[in-house]
Ligand binder design. Structure first.
Ligand SMILES: N[C@@H](CCC[C@H](N)C(=O)O)C(=O)O
Length: 257
């Protein structure tokens, strides 16, 4: 089977985008793992599958898969890439809901929706204070996918990230952000991603980190998040929607077997 794809990235968080809007390829979990593998396949942090939308108001259906084959409810950087690829500021139909987008030159803004804070929404294995988890004093929220943010030393991402991702507190595992507050409008962030490991940037992780920082009184609602791959601008609106603005890049087109 020949599969056409577009290789893209958002701040170095890289994606294989497969457009199944007209012809949907049969992609089982083993094929996804192989395509994502950087030595035995094309290589990426997430594989993104486009489909014809099924909901009124949506322009394109989008699903996100991690290199371990697991499916994610949200992916901020890939959402910007899809908006760039499809064009005309599409509304994305994702597992996390309909996400409107805007384009201003090379800057793409995605409305990532409303964060959720209930233990069951994240989900956590049992009810607890999601602003101070009994695990590294992290703050947790869902951006359509599970996130926990640890404030302080960002060099702990590689050492603490893997164990925290799979801690029994997170029955569906979690993305773990490590954030250092630079000022009330600027933070530094590194994210250990569920099913992918340390990436150069994580859009939903940046949204979660700003939301959690605001809940802790550490930053304003509008904040620049500097990750290893570059900057995102996050705004948590008063209506509770989170806007994420940043670049999206096409790297090459290809066909794989
Ligand atoms: N790279 C992402 C998030 C991808 C999904 C995540 N690993 C998960 O399993 O929830 C982003 O930019 O948001």
């Amino acid at each position: 089977m020949m599969i056409a794809f577009t290789k893209m990235h958002g701040l170095g968080n890289d994606f294989i985008v497969i457009d199944g809007r007209e012809n949907m390829p049969a992609l089982d979990e083993a094929t996804i793992r192989r395509l994502c593998n950087r030595r035995f396949g094309i290589g990426c942090d997430q594989l993104v599958l486009l489909s014809a939308p099924t909901l009124a108001g949506a322009d394109v259906g989008v699903r996100f898969f991690n290199p371990d084959g697991s499916e994610a409810g949200a992916c901020g950087n890939a959402s910007r890439c899809v908006a760039w690829l499809v064009g005309n500021a599409p509304t994305l139909q994702t597992p996390a809901g309909l996400l409107p987008t805007q384009q201003n030159g090379s800057l793409i803004t995605v409305n990532m929706g409303k964060p959720r804070f209930e233990s069951g929404d994240i989900p956590l294995s049992h009810a607890c204070d999601t602003l101070h988890l009994p695990l590294q004093d992290a703050a947790a929220c869902s951006m359509g996918n599970p996130h926990a943010t640890v404030f302080g030393d960002i060099t702990r991402a590689e050492t603490l990230g893997p164990a925290m991702e799979t801690d029994p507190l997170f029955p569906e595992r979690a993305n773990i952000g490590f954030a250092e507050i630079i000022s009330r409008s600027h933070m530094r962030l590194r994210v250990w991603e569920r099913g992918a490991g340390l990436t150069l940037a994580c859009g939903s992780g940046a949204c979660a980190a700003v939301v959690n920082a605001v809940r802790r009184g550490l930053t304003e609602r509008s904040c620049t998040v500097t990750m290893d791959g570059g900057d995102l601008h996050i705004t948590w609106l008063e209506n509770r929607d989170v806007l994420m603005a940043g670049p999206a890049m096409t790297v090459f087109y290809g066909t794989t077997v």
